[in-house]
Design a protein around this ligand. Structure first.
Ligand code: VLP
Length: 134
């Protein structure tokens, strides 16, 4: 029985988001705004189908995919680079590999107690985010 990430989650900590954004080539002005945000994630998990809606007062990003099936990701409103993404289970962790121009790009979600954790990776940068249920 896999973990269920479904729910509405509010960001409570965001370690090295700046380094991650620099690695993605996000410009200074956008980074200044982005690092002030407290994004919310709305996750819907239905069998192998997942949607992750990251919303903020500045921009929103919607991702829908089937676990184990590669898909094209456009990262629209983020760095706008297209990549081939694949999300799979690693035990109770949900691991996404984003193949494209940027090396070592991807993310991992897991639950720890009542919290949702997210590690965002790009090149040599790792951003660590923690969310609590809204
Ligand atoms: C770009 C980098 C901030 C910063 C500029 C815009 C959307 C896993 C995965 C599902 C992500 C979130 C990536 C955030 C990268 C920001 C706008 C912030 C709000 O989440 O949950 O897509 O990759």
């Amino acid at each position: 029985m896999p973990v269920d990430f479904s729910g509405t989650w509010n960001l409570v900590s965001n370690d090295n988001f700046e380094g991650y954004m620099v690695a993605l080539g996000i410009d200074f002005a956008t980074r200044k705004i982005a690092k002030m945000l407290k994004p919310q994630k709305v996750i819907k998990q239905d069998g192998d189908m997942l949607s992750i809606h990251t919303t903020s007062t500045f921009r929103d990003y919607m991702l829908q995919f089937k676990i184990g099936e590669e898909f094209e990701e456009d990262n629209k409103g983020l760095d706008n680079r297209k990549c081939k993404s694949l999300v799979t289970w690693d035990n109770d962790k949900l691991v996404c590999v984003q193949i494209g121009e940027k090396k070592n790009r991807g993310w991992t979600h897991w639950l720890e107690g009542d919290d949702l954790h997210l590690e965002l990776r790009c090149e040599n940068q790792v951003c660590k985010q923690v969310f609590k249920r809204a």
